[in-house]
Design a protein around this ligand. Structure first.
Ligand code: GTP
Ligand code: SPV
Ligand code: MN
Length: 599
């Protein structure tokens, strides 16, 4: 109580008086009872002090500062290494608001339950007040958040992933708008873990976790679940999409792409084109690797901003070969979570980094480990938190307040068989259908079984903050507003496998070959043939120069098997049935067309 009063006085001296803000801090502190309250001002000095403190308590481990300057290592609890979809809730007054794909709790019931877990949860701990902006502080599309957290790891991660500091507090003093977030680690008990979103109250509550997507509340909780709801109400869209610029002949065109978690967004966003393409002057610029906020600009086109300021990327598989831009981004100012710690030189390692695993290391459990043990050293969902400005191919438009104009939207997932390498939707509504019927094999990014096919519309199944049927309608409405200025919509699949289960398409940098066709189509330059599921390239229109792939293999990558797609249509029909009358008639009509086309 006393701490609280002192802190509120301090806020007053800083001219921070927004009533909602002061009450939120006051009430949360009264409830959680921290010993100390600290305002995160975003200054270099404070970050440095936090790092030192976190190292002193063992929450962070300082890595070799000569090899990895300003880099630190962190390990989460063994039961707390991924998002927990089963314990993620959208809380509203009426259940109908959240629809059939979300876990629901009634607002006041959820608050009562959470309050029990928050009660005294910060005793003996420090509560960090983290003012952050999703999007460049000067952008009219950006939004403010305040996260109260008792984790110094969260404070340090938020300072990489978002724009943190006093300018945000000043913004709140004038706009009086912000999303409230309260996070308490409590005792990391998974039975009592709750990630709750209250879109009607602009509130996020997280308890009993210390892992990434569950606790960095600006990311999935705000920038997708709460923001998708706000976008629905306000006429814009928050999507699980990377944003990249493709430079060709001195012109840069922008593409946004939605793939489910751990399905290749970070990799595509930082792609390095194959040699022949580089010679021809192609270059890829990264605007964002995970989330896009899409608004219709004054000229009627769709514009994207990346609300984030860093990358929370999957470590395993990241190498100088697969994604040099991502790896270089992690060489300074980065926090590594649940990777291997090399005790010989205080550096980090993970599966797929190189062929030289350390000899004397600790695995992600913290147990002695070396590459000969036959077990995995890094958790498959181990991550790096790296500043976006580290990225060698970061776009010059990264801070652009109005964002970048989008020429094409791409959907995709992990499908071993059904989906071809690429196809284009016939028009916007067909594109919405293509996104709405996306399916993918599950990955380690969420707790639960891996490799199971599930429908994941627009890669938003775990992230849509309201009824997904309404969400589909919102997409249809956005298309009406965009009219002939709407981006063209495509679907890709890098993950088709042969009978032995090997990926057929080389992927990574070679995905440029597919993006090339997409851009040509989006700008009306390339030809296409009509297939039962949409437009497709002629095999000779995908450049395979320098690839170890035959024309026959390429044709099989592009092939669409009617019988398989007839089965797919049945699966879609079953999935759509979930939404009852909330499914827009436009999508029902598209399903009928598909069924006819694959007969
Ligand atoms: P989130 O951060 O969870 O949203 O993941 P993401 O979509 O950004 O996925 P990311 O780019 O981190 O890739 C995840 C995994 O997919 C890594 O193991 C990559 O090596 C692998 N991957 C990415 N692109 C390709 C590709 O083109 N082909 C193949 N075969 N694998 C890929
Ligand atoms: C994802 O799972 O899609 C991620 C990682 O980007 S997390 O921030 O944990 O959601
Ligand atoms: Mn993601």
């Amino acid at each position: 109580m006393a701490t609280n009063k002192v802190f509120l006085k301090f806020l007053e001296t800083q001219k921070i008086c927004d009533e909602t803000l002061v009450n939120f801090i006051d009430e949360s502190a009264n409830l959680c009872q921290p010993d100390k309250i600290v305002l995160v001002d975003g200054s270099k000095e404070q970050i440095e002090a936090f790092r030192a403190e976190a190292c002193a308590t063992g929450e962070l481990y300082k890595l070799n500062q000569e090899i990895l300057p300003d880099c630190y290592y962190h390990k989460t609890a063994v039961n707390d290494v991924a998002r927990v979809e089963g314990r993620t809730f959208i809380c509203t007054k009426e259940k109908s608001v959240v629809g059939p794909t979300n876990n629901w709790m009634e607002t006041s019931e959820a608050l009562a339950l959470l309050n029990k877990h928050y009660d005294g949860a910060m005793k003996g701990r420090t509560m960090y007040i983290i003012p952050y902006s999703m999007g460049p502080v000067t952008s009219p599309y950006s939004k403010n958040g305040i996260e109260l957290s008792d984790s110094i790891y969260v404070a340090l991660n938020m300072a990489i992933m978002t724009r943190v500091g006093m300018s945000v507090l000043k913004n709140i003093e004038t706009s009086h708008e912000f999303v409230k977030g309260l996070h308490a680690k409590a005792d990391i008990n998974e039975e009592n873990r709750y990630i709750c979103h209250f879109p009607e109250e602009n509130l996020i509550c997280s308890v009993n976790s210390g892992y990434g997507g569950n606790v960095l509340l600006g990311k999935k909780c705000f920038a997708l679940r709460i923001a998708s709801y706000l976008g629905w109400k306000e006429g814009w869209m928050a999507e699980h999409m990377l944003i990249l610029g493709i430079e060709k002949d001195g012109v840069i065109r922008y593409v946004s792409a939605a793939f489910p978690s751990a399905c290749g967004k970070t990799n595509l966003a930082m792609l390095i084109p194959p040699e022949g393409y580089i010679k021809d002057g192609y270059k890829v610029w990264c605007v964002g690797d995970d989330i896009a906020w899409l608004n219709i600009g004054a000229d009627g086109q769709l514009y994207a901003i990346n609300p984030e300021n860093g990358f929370f990327g999957v470590a395993p598989g990241t190498s100088m070969k697969s994604n040099p831009n991502a790896l270089i981004s992690t060489q300074k100012g980065t926090i590594f979570t649940n990777v291997v710690l090399n005790k010989d030189n205080d550096t980090v390692w993970w599966e797929g980094l190189d062929k030289n695993p350390p000899k004397n290391a600790l695995d992600w459990y913290g147990n002695p480990w070396n590459g000969e043990m036959g077990t995995k050293g890094a958790h498959p969902n181990s991550r790096f938190t790296a500043p976006a400005t580290n990225c060698p191919c970061v776009s010059s438009e990264f801070e652009a307040p109005m964002g970048v104009p989008i020429s094409a939207i791409v959907f995709g997932g992990r499908r071993a068989k059904t989906a071809p390498l690429v196809y284009q939707a016939r028009d916007w509504n067909h594109g919405v259908f293509v996104g709405a019927t996306m399916a993918s094999e599950t990955t380690a990014a969420a707790a639960g079984a891996v490799g199971v096919i599930r429908r994941d519309p627009m890669a938003m199944l775990p992230f849509c903050g309201y009824n997904m049927g309404e969400y589909f309608s919102h997409w249809v409405e956005m298309g009406k507003k965009l009219g002939d200025k709407a981006p063209k919509i495509f679907n890709v699949n890098w993950f088709k496998t042969d009978d032995e289960g090997n990926f057929i398409w080389p992927g990574f940098g070679d995905n440029m070959r597919v993006l090339d066709w997409i851009i040509e189509r989006a700008t009306g330059k390339a030809d296409a043939i009509e297939s039962p599921i949409g437009f497709q390239p002629k095999a000779e229109d995908i450049n395979i120069d320098g690839l170890d792939i035959s024309m026959d293999t390429l044709e099989s990558l592009l092939s669409v098997d009617k019988a398989t797609w007839a089965e797919e249509a049945n699966g879609i029909e079953e999935f759509f049935a979930k939404f009852g009358d909330d499914l827009p008639s436009e999508l029902r009509a598209e399903l009928e067309t598909l069924k006819k086309n694959v007969q």
